[in-house]
Ligand binder design. Structure first.
Ligand code: PLP
Length: 409
């Protein structure tokens, strides 16, 4: 105890020895961060280009988020849901107004919010729609990512996520993403909900055809099926709108938020419900120790405030377009396609290269902390507070890597 880590090597060796290795990190150790910049124990400076999978929307150590955090941390800490507190209600109200919805379930991690949506949808199916007991079906999409609990992996299409973890939870039907005809065909009298991501983030920044979400919502409405959008990665300004569904006015019955909701510093997520779904769950049917965590709520209030005040969504829209325009100017023999919305950008490499990982390692070496999503796609998702000249700094490095020799590693 009392010992501090002084070198990257030490951090990596200890981590590999003492924690179960379910990740395969690139070689960078965080020791300090400010805005879009981070430093390792050796003092090397890099740019944040992944933002903790979109959670760090305001970058590292944003002064207003830090202030809200410290202010509440000095007042009191979670007092349990056996009592009320004087911070959560303010956030609960502001969240509902921000989303234009009715009520929310507040919870901890993103996957917890997805679990709540499933509970709400199933109970709605039984008590409102009249689906026979235990027969409710939820339609999900291939290539999805909704988290890692045993229920959620039951409808993952990644074999590694689920092959050793059965028996899996039944009640999920899978259809291809971006296919309206098969959605319509998959709906039965027992269908309670359709759960979908507006853009498949972990799936490789896959953007559906224009009109998909709006039509999917219409199909759901017509068939008395709940429309649930997982905006845990895409929501809260990331894609250039408050929510990605706003590109086509496809407001869901349940909107799932997480990641940036806690300002990058706290874990808080929400299943935000419309009028239809707001009062489905009742006393004893749900709960969690840290629900309505006062520090998380104080920070999350600041997240919403910053999005509004700093127009983080409009910034992401403009800077994302600029970023993509500059990326498209790079004449690279490796790039198959560049796609994105706002500051959620994917650069898909040609499949004959065998995967984006060596390119990502090279980009990390050159100063950009990005990652690959799916096998062939490099994801760029900087903090939404990034400046134009910082994007230029990034583009220079990206150009160097994408026009240089094929990295070997
Ligand atoms: C990250 C993510 C989740 C899961 O969130 P966790 O906080 O990791 O549990 C769910 N859905 C989407 C779309 C995500 O990107």
């Amino acid at each position: 105890m009392g010992k501090e880590i002084k070198t990257s090597k030490e951090a990596i060796e200890m981590h590999e020895k003492y924690v179960v290795q379910t990740y395969h990190p690139h070689e960078f150790v965080y020791a300090r961060g400010k805005g879009v910049w981070v430093w390792n124990p050796e003092g090397q400076k890099k740019m944040e280009m992944l933002s903790c999978y979109s959670a760090l929307g305001a970058g590292h150590c944003h002064p207003e988020i830090l202030k809200a955090f410290i202010k509440q941390a000095k007042r009191y800490w979670p007092g349990s849901n056996a009592f009320y507190n004087d911070v959560a209600p303010l956030f609960e109200k502001e969240l509902i107004e921000f989303c234009g919805m009715t009520k929310s379930v507040l919870i901890n991690g993103g996957v917890d919010a997805v679990e709540r949506a499933i509970k709400i949808a199933r109970k709605w199916g039984y008590t409102v729609k009249g689906i026979p007991k235990d027969k409710a079906e939820i339609i999900t999409c291939e290539n999805n990512f909704h988290g890692r609990t045993t229920t959620i992996i039951s409808f993952s299409s990644h074999p590694e996520y689920k092959q050793y973890f059965g028996p899996l939870t039944p009640g999920f039907v899978q259809i291809p993403y971006d296919d309206l005809a098969l959605l319509e065909k998959a709906i039965t009298p027992n269908t309670a909900a359709f759960l979908v991501e507006p853009i498949q983030g972990e799936g490789g920044i896959i953007i559906p055809k224009a009109g998909y979400l709006k039509k999917a919502k219409e199909i759901c409405e017509k068939n008395n099926v709940l429309f649930i959008l997982d905006e845990i990665q895409t929501g809260l300004g990331r894609t250039g709108k408050r929510f990605a569904y706003q590109y086509e006015d496809a407001k869901p019955n349940i909107l799932l938020l997480g990641k940036f909701l806690g300002g990058g510093v706290e874990q808080i997520s929400a299943a935000v419900c419309d009028e239809k779904t707001a009062d489905i769950l009742k006393y004893k049917e749900d709960g969690s120790t840290f629900q309505g965590h006062p520090i998380a709520c104080a920070v999350a209030r600041t997240t919403l405030k910053l999005i509004i005040k700093e127009k983080l969504d409009e910034r992401a829209y403009d800077l994302g377009n600029y970023f993509m325009q500059e990326l498209r100017k790079i004449e690279s023999p490796y790039v198959k396609e560049i796609r994105g919305r706002g500051l959620l950008i994917g650069v898909e490499l040609k499949s004959e290269l065998g995967g984006a990982r060596p390119f990502v390692d090279k980009l990390v070496e050159e100063g950009l902390l990005c990652n690959q999503t799916h096998l062939h796609t490099i994801r760029f998702a900087p903090p939404l507070i990034i400046k134009k000249k910082e994007i230029d700094w990034a583009i220079e490095r990206i150009r160097k890597v994408l026009t240089g020799p094929i990295p070997t590693k």
